[in-house]
Write a protein that binds this ligand. Structure first.
Ligand code: CP
Ligand code: NVA
Length: 299
């Protein structure tokens, strides 16, 4: 059966915990295993937006699982010159065994999945970034040993792909999620209303009080550069700095999906402090995605 990861809604809570166990095992045994579930498989990696972590961790991960990662720049493909997404999908489905895609419109990824007949993994769209959120939940699980009852505060742009993914991720995992964001960039109400463990708080200090984890993301996501001035003005009070994090629990940990724009959404003193676990988090992209690939290709 074709299994996709378009949003975290494609996984059940049981599968989330299976994924954690597998990611932890792959992390422990990296380099010492002979685990090759992708042997003989070619996975296309279509990227229309920039990437460091996602591209490299997927290429390395697919290679380590025995597969061949084929990097494809979207603007060098015919789809960049007007071939339809559906026709592209029908062709790629005849060559490849799976597709990882980073692009703008989420509906294009849905169409690729429905027309290609092979597993499709969303590596970020304007609306969702499921691989990142699954990594973040795994990282919290690794550091806290649990997810339910943990207070996670996401500070900043409440209306982007990370915030949307966090809302779905909170629904899946049971983490207590508070989104600290201004009215102008408040979280999607319809999505939030589905989950009692998700709240929106305009006051950043109130939001981070007693937080176990504080998370932030860039104020200007890829594709939204023309809104930069307005976004900076609205989001400045939500900067994750040493003053703000004083209101959290003393043992609070700080997360960021990266890339960070130091001095904007996060300050150097927080990013480089012992409270920051951003590089452990970035490393976990590799282990988590290897677990996701294994699960999608073995069901
Ligand atoms: N966090 C993340 O997706 O990073 P890249 O944009 O570098 O892939
Ligand atoms: N919200 C950011 C996430 C980058 C990983 C963006 O879309 O640019």
């Amino acid at each position: 059966m074709q299994r996709n990861l378009l949003t975290v809604d494609d996984l059940s809570r049981d599968e989330l915990y299976q994924m954690f166990e597998l990611a932890a095992k792959l992390k422990r045994e990296r380099g010492n295993d002979n685990f090759k579930p992708l042997a003989g498989k070619t996975i296309g990696m279509i990227f229309a937006k920039s990437s460091t972590r996602t591209r490299v961790s997927f290429e390395v991960g697919i290679h380590e699982l025995g597969g061949y990662p084929m990097y494809l720049e979207q603007n060098k493909m015919q789809v960049g010159r007007g071939e339809t997404v559906a026709d592209t999908a029908r062709v790629l489905g005849r060559y490849l065994h799976g597709i990882v895609i980073r692009t703008y419109e989420h509906s294009d990824v849905e169409e690729l999945a429905s027309e290609s007949g092979i597993p499709v993994i969303n590596a970020l769209t304007n609306d969702y970034h499921p691989c990142q959120i699954l990594t973040d939940l795994f990282t919290i699980y690794e550091f806290s040993g649990k997810i339910e009852g943990v207070k996670l505060v996401y500070c900043g742009d409440g209306d982007n792909n990370m915030a949307n993914s966090f809302i779905l991720g909170a629904g899946l995992s049971g983490v207590e999620l508070v989104i600290a964001a201004p009215e102008a960039y408040k979280p999607n109400q319809e999505l939030m209303d589905k989950f009692p463990n998700v709240t929106w708080e305009k006051d950043p200090i109130k939001a981070v009080t007693d937080a176990d984890y504080i998370y932030t993301d860039v104020w200007v996501s890829m594709g939204f550069e023309e809104e930069k001035v307005e976004r900076f003005r609205e989001l400045q009070p939500y900067q994750v700095n040493s003053e703000l994090i004083k209101h959290a629990k003393p043992e609070v940990k700080v997360l960021h999906c990266l890339p960070a724009h130091r001095g904007e959404e996060i300050t150097d003193d927080v990013m480089d402090s012992d409270k920051s676990i951003v590089f452990d988090q970035a490393e976990n992209r590799l282990h988590t995605q290897k677990a996701i690939l294994t699960m999608l290709f073995n069901s």
